[in-house]
Design a protein around this ligand. Structure first.
Ligand SMILES: C[S@@+](CC[C@H](N)C(=O)[O-])C[C@H]1O[C@@H](n2cnc3c(N)ncnc32)[C@H](O)[C@@H]1O
Length: 200
């Protein structure tokens, strides 16, 4: 029963805007790694509407179960079986991929894990490949909305390692790894869609 599957209302709300962004970036047949697949709603929605993409869903061992049933039921030929991926556990045991996508993970992971995530992606992306990130980010040390400030406060109270990341910090990390920020779009609910391209 679809009703009994793990479900995120936020995913339901943001999947179409994310699809539109990804559809503009990922125009050619390609394999896409998804990091932190969560409930699998993004994987199912995007892969079913962008059939030229081959989707590799992954998640941390604690949460991989969340997407399994949904993706099994979806039974889409262009979605691989979900794989375990803890970004902090390198080297990653994954097949090759051309692009990577992740939603709402950089404020959940510790900063050190965000670094490992970028390192792992940068190490494997071919030149011209992209790393697309969706989520809330700060700009030059400032929250972009009161709701993001409240969300950050909530996260830090829940676990000290969580919290919104700053675009300057993320861009500097990416740049050191040969990933250049090519696109930064405003999204509903004070989120952003960032596209980094592997340039060397
Ligand atoms: C807030 S959920 C977002 C899930 C989904 N992408 C979405 O937008 O609804 C954060 C996700 O990050 C994953 N995650 C957290 N730490 C991770 C790690 N070290 N390696 C891989 N995934 C991780 C969690 O398992 C979870 O699926």
């Amino acid at each position: 029963m679809a009703d009994s599957l793990p479900f995120s209302q936020a995913c339901e709300n943001n999947r179409q805007p994310i699809l539109e962004q990804l559809g503009q970036v990922l125009t050619e047949p390609a394999t896409v790694l998804e990091i932190g697949t969560g409930t699998g709603q993004h994987a199912e929605y995007i892969a079913s509407r962008l059939p030229h993409l081959h989707w590799l869903p992954t998640d941390h061992p604690d949460n991989l179960w969340m997407c399994r049933q949904r993706l099994e039921q979806a039974d889409l030929a262009n979605i691989d079986d979900p794989r375990l991926l803890d970004v902090g556990n390198r080297p990653w045991q994954l097949p090759p991929f051309d692009h990577a996508f992740t939603a709402n993970t950089s404020h959940i992971m510790a900063w050190e894990e965000v670094c490992r995530m970028f390192e792992g992606v940068a190490e494997r992306l071919p030149v011209g490949g992209t790393f697309c990130l969706y989520g809330p980010f700060n700009y030059h040390g400032t929250f972009t909305s009161d709701s993001n400030r409240d969300f950050d406060r909530y996260l830090r109270a829940r676990a000290g390692h969580m919290g919104l990341r700053d675009i300057d910090q993320v861009t500097a990390l990416a740049s050191e790894l040969g990933l250049a920020l090519k696109h930064d779009a405003g999204m509903p609910a004070n989120n952003r869609f960032l596209v980094f391209e592997k340039i060397r």
